[in-house]
Each structure stands twice: as structure tokens, then as C-alpha cells.
Design a protein around this ligand. Structure first.
Ligand code: GLY
Ligand code: MN
Ligand code: MN
Length: 432
């Protein structure tokens, strides 16, 4: 990233933190050893807060900010072993051992410690919480460099979905090749790599049939059968910026109930995307999507009574047990949470939600409604008793027995003053 842009980002951030005499220290973090793995470590990723300020991976790095004299980048001295084994080069900056002197010269001033923990540093906990809230909030509107990476991540994700469609169509043909969830995951991730991805932004989810009802399903050796729904939730990451996309496809021809379910979720998803405008309260966008899907389930005959009542009573929550989405950008989970100063609040019909904030210009958020037939929720005796009249349980039993699974559709929306921009719109949403 261009140094001028990075400096501008730091300046903007510093102003929004409103520090007076506090010192800000942001740790990159250290590699984590795999237990019993001797010299092996998990793949290293610097803390999001450090990365935002430096745009680089730097094990053990610390960025320090004194509102009286600006930013200093402390970097560990590269060792000979690191040069020999990893080809690592010295990162530019002030040698890390000089951090102690920097702190000593400012003794007695409160310390705010963000990023990964820094060994030996005594932070002021309440001020740290306060500054972190402001830091997170300041990162919500994405700058041009961030959105450009997200566009590239989306562009690397699209061909993987095209490949998934081809493979599912092939698997549905008489005598077609066997396609397991695991194989499809591998093909998807290979396509990401072929189109410029650094890696997958998160664990790829592929669930066929009833496995589509497990929200974060780990792909198994189950093979696709003609007529199955295939829920694929996968996104490429480029230079730490993520796409997070879900499509539910069919292996061959889906039956009427599966098509109906897909149409219900698709309509709700498209309406929810259109509601992502500046100033919209996310919780309202969530509830509107839940109500749209409840209307569809009433029409389909799965729910009884009014859609609004099904949402309020929690009956809809049995079929849509997660929030509508989360902020995305620097990683798949980026800067979600509450508007500064806002207390946690419960709203009727909201089962779980990762964000409680009004959408601002520049925010990037996933929109990912879903309807699932989750056996553990729907076979729970207490749930059946509570929602005895609101749910057509005989129909639910039939759909569970048919292994319908579920449908989720997810896009990444860039909220702008001119309206929502769907960064992942190029990935078709149809069943097959
Ligand atoms: N990829 C997980 C999620 O949609 O949040
Ligand atoms: Mn997802
Ligand atoms: Mn998501």
C-alpha cells in the first residue's frame, strides 16, 4: 500500500481516537506454537488492529503513538536463523529494544494497549476499552484501498462458484463423476488460488442435503446425490481482505419444496440488500428479512398465523437462528459490534445478532439470510411445545425426513451515499 495513503489513514485514525496524554501501543502478536509440534507454528497473521496501521505482517512488531510526537514503528531485529530458514529480511523501523527507552521517557502516562498483548506492558484497562471502541468504529467506513482489495477478493471468488456449478451439474448426470463435499471444497479453494487469492478467508463450508442445515459445516466425504441442495459458503482473501459468499445450488433438478425454499430466501436476501442504505438500523434490516422469510414460510405452509407473530414469538428463529450478517473487510469478521455508547439491547424476535448499529457510508456488511431445517432445534420437545400452533409440525417432519437441509444466500454490500453496492453481485444466485 502506498505510504502516503497509509500515513493519511494513521492521521485520520489518530484524530478520531481523541487521545490527550495517553500513549497508544498496538502489538502485532507472536506466532503460536502447535502443541507438541516442536518448531511448527500455526500460520501467522498479525492482529487486525496492527495490520490496519502498518499494512504488513510483522511478528513481534509494535506500533506506538504519542499524541505529542506522532507514530513510531518498533520492529524486531531479524535473526540469522530467520534469514537462513525463512529468507526473512529486516523490516524497516526502530529496533524493538528501543521501546523500553521510549516508554521510560514517557513514564507515568496512561497506556492504551491495542492489538495483540505486548509482554510486560501494564495498560490502563478502562481507557483501553474506550479507545478500542473508537478505533473499531473509525475502521468501519472502508477507505478506497480497502474496497479495492475486497473487489479483488470477490473477483477471485466468482470463478470458484462457476466451477462448483459445473461440478454439481456433472455429478447429477447419469454415470457422472462422484463429487464429495470435500472434493468440492478443494476445487473451490484451488480456483481461489488460480485467481489471485492469498488464501481462503475462512474455513470453506460445503454441505449437501441435510448437511446444509449445519450453519458452519465442515465438508465431509458425503457425495452429492441428484436432487440435493448444496450449500456453499466460501470466500477468497487477498492481502488480508475478504469476500464471504454463500450460494445454495442444486445437484441436477431440485423438487418443488426445495425450489420454493430457495425462492423465499432469495427474495428476502435481495430485499435486505436493497435496505442497506446510510442510516438504516441493522437490527431493523435483520427483522425485515426475518419477516420476509416468515411470510414465505406461511405461504409454503410451514408456519401458521401471521409472519410478524412468527418472528416475535421466536417461531421463525427455529428456522433462521442467526443474525442477518456482519461487517466484513479486514478479515471475514471485521469491526462488528455496537455503535459507541450503545448498551446491549434485546429485541423481540432477534435470536442472535453480531451488529447493533446504524449503517454508515463506506461500511461493508454481509447480508446472509437463511432458512434451515435443523433437526436438533426442530426435534426439541420444548421448542415443539412452545410453538405448537405456530408451526406445521407434520410438514416439518416430512421435510426433515426428505433431508431438505437449508438455504442460505450471502452477498457483501458496500454501503454508499448513492445506495448499496453489491460487491459480489457477479456471482449468480440461481439454483442451477
Ligand atoms: N462464512 C461464515 C459466515 O458467513 O459468517
Ligand atoms: Mn459466509
Ligand atoms: Mn458471513
Amino acid at each position: 500500500m502506498d505510504q502516503k495513503l497509509l500515513d493519511a489513514r494513521r492521521d485520520r485514525l489518530a484524530r478520531s481516537l481523541e487521545l490527550k496524554d495517553e500513549l497508544l501501543l498496538v502489538g502485532a502478536g507472536e506466532p503460536v506454537h502447535i502443541p507438541g509440534g516442536q518448531d511448527q507454528t500455526y500460520p501467522f497473521m498479525t492482529h487486525q488492529e496492527y495490520f490496519y496501521l502498518t499494512d504488513r505482517e510483522c511478528e513481534g512488531g509494535v506500533v506506538a503513538y504519542d499524541p505529542k510526537d506522532g507514530w513510531t514503528d518498533f520492529v524486531p531485529t531479524v535473526t540469522q536463523a530467520q534469514r537462513v530458514w525463512e529468507g526473512r529480511e529486516q523490516a524497516p523501523g526502530t529496533p524493538l529494544p528501543e521501546l523500553a527507552g521510549w516508554l521510560a521517557a514517557r513514564r507515568g502516562r496512561p497506556i492504551v494497549a491495542l492489538g495483540a498483548p505486548i509482554t510486560g506492558l501494564r495498560a490502563d484497562t478502562p481507557r483501553t476499552a474506550d479507545v478500542r471502541e473508537r478505533f473499531t468504529h473509525a475502521r468501519r467506513p472502508k477507505d478506497a484501498a480497502e474496497v479495492e482489495r475486497m473487489r479483488r477478493a470477490a473477483a477471485a471468488t466468482a470463478p470458484a462458484y462457476a466451477a462448483a456449478r459445473r461440478l454439481l451439474a456433472e455429478a447429477a448426470r447419469p454415470g457422472g463423476a462422484t463429487l464429495t463435499e470435500h472434493r468440492l471444497k478443494v476445487e473451490i479453494e484451488a480456483e481461489f488460488g488460480r485467481h489471485g487469492a492469498t488464501r481462503s478467508a475462512y474455513g470453506t463450508i460445503v454441505g449437501f442435503g441435510s448437511n446444509a442445515a449445519v450453519l458452519h459445516f465442515e465438508p465431509s466425504t458425503r457425495a452429492a446425490k441428484p436432487g440435493d441442495l448444496a450449500l456453499i459458503d466460501a470466500g477468497a482473501e487477498i492481502d488480508r481482505y475478504a469476500a464471504d459468499v454463500t450460494r445454495t445450488l442444486a445437484c441436477g433438478e431440485a423438487d418443488g419444496a426445495r425450489r420454493e425454499l430457495h425462492a423465499i430466501v432469495l427474495r428476502a436476501e435481495e430485499r435486505a440488500c436493497a435496505r442497506c442504505v446510510v442510516g438504516a438500523e441493522w437490527i431493523d434490516v435483520h427483522l425485515a428479512a426475518a419477516t420476509d422469510m416468515a411470510e414465505g414460510l406461511v405461504q409454503m405452509g410451514v408456519l401458521r398465523g401471521s409472519a410478524a407473530a412468527a418472528v416475535e414469538s421466536g417461531a421463525m428463529g427455529l428456522f433462521f437462528p442467526h443474525g442477518l450478517g456482519h461487517l466484513i473487510g479486514l478479515g471475514v469478521r471485521d469491526a462488528s459490534g455496537r455503535e459507541p455508547g450503545r448498551a446491549a439491547r434485546a429485541r423481540k424476535g432477534v435470536v442472535t445478532i453480531r451488529c447493533d448499529l446504524p449503517l454508515g457510508a463506506g461500511y461493508c456488511i454481509t447480508v446472509e439470510p437463511g432458512v434451515y431445517f435443523i433437526a436438533s432445534l426442530l426435534n426439541d420437545a420444548a421448542n415443539r411445545a412452545t410453538h405448537r400452533d405456530a408451526v406445521n409440525w407434520a410438514m416439518v417432519d416430512g421435510l426433515l425426513a426428505a433431508g431438505i437441509g437449508g438455504v442460505r444466500i450471502e452477498d457483501n454490500i458496500h454501503v454508499t451515499a448513492d445506495g448499496p453496492e453489491n460487491l459480489t453481485a457477479m456471482i449468480p444466485k440461481g439454483l442451477g
